[in-house]
Design a protein around this ligand. Structure first.
Ligand SMILES: [Zn+2]
Length: 251
């Protein structure tokens, strides 16, 4: 399993692409979130839009799903015929239809491929496009879910956006890679996690490697020394502050 960080930024970080991770396993591609400017990065990485098998939307904030009209438009212009799977919280179909229609009112009628929606409730388990999924509730200003994704014996936990909850601990336990939203440095920010909280969580969940994403722009720009010092105190697992384009191979 290979995870490519197409973007690592939070909602309004002008220097970063919104957090979005392309997971490749056994020849299939699963995209984790697709914000304002992430659709471009996904299609540029894949080159052929038909190679995208499934998309997970953690919640309905623009920096996590407003890139979908670009994905759909790219699939249309490339002549895609293979179905695409879109997974997310309750209401996923209505929300996605709404933004596609708002962006391009006549586009959906022209699509030459099926869109299969998977509505997930927290705690649910399922299988989509060859990947096993298990979800948990996050504590965020909008209803949001974390996701455990498994394929070919490798596992990833992606928290999306929000504070880590008790449920996240069992869903994220023992994964090969935890991709955790860390908005703040060491202080709790309502509805978000911090670098310090993510390190503690990763310890408790016994994760193999941990990548922190979605940092508040000030924290990303001015707190790198403190973050490096915090990482240096961790020796049970590898920690990354991935840059855009960074790839983690879990084989
Ligand atoms: Zn959000």
């Amino acid at each position: 399993m290979k995870c490519t960080f197409l973007g690592v930024g939070s909602a309004f970080d002008a220097k970063q692409t919104n957090v979005s991770v392309l997971v490749n396993a056994e020849g299939r591609n699963f995209l984790l979130d697709c914000g304002f400017n992430a659709g471009h990065k996904c299609i540029r990485e894949l080159q052929d839009p038909s190679l995208l098998d499934a998309v997970w939307i953690s919640h309905f904030h623009g920096d996590h799903f407003f890139g979908l009209p670009f994905i759909f438009g790219s699939c249309l212009t490339a002549g895609r015929s293979k179905e695409i799977h879109i997974c997310g919280p309750q209401g996923i179909e209505g929300k996605v239809v709404q933004i596609i229609d708002l962006a391009y009112p006549t586009m959906r009628a022209k699509l030459g491929f099926d869109v299969v929606f998977h509505e997930c409730c927290p705690g649910e388990e399922g299988s989509v496009a060859g990947f096993n999924l298990r979800t948990c509730a996050m504590d965020h200003s909008e209803s949001a879910q974390g996701l455990r994704l498994e394929c070919a014996g490798k596992t990833v936990f992606y928290s999306g956006d929000g504070s880590l909850t008790e449920d996240c601990l069992s869903v994220g336990r023992n994964v090969d890679l935890g991709i955790l939203e860390s908005y703040g440095l060491d202080e709790s920010v309502k509805g978000h996690s911090s670098v310090a909280e993510c390190i503690e969580f990763a310890h408790s969940a016994e994760m193999g490697k941990v990548a922190l994403v979605h940092l508040e722009p000030f924290v990303r720009t001015y707190c790198s020394v403190q973050i490096t010092e915090m990482f240096a105190q961790v020796d049970e697992f590898e920690m990354y502050l991935p840059k855009e384009g960074c790839c983690v191979d879990l084989c």
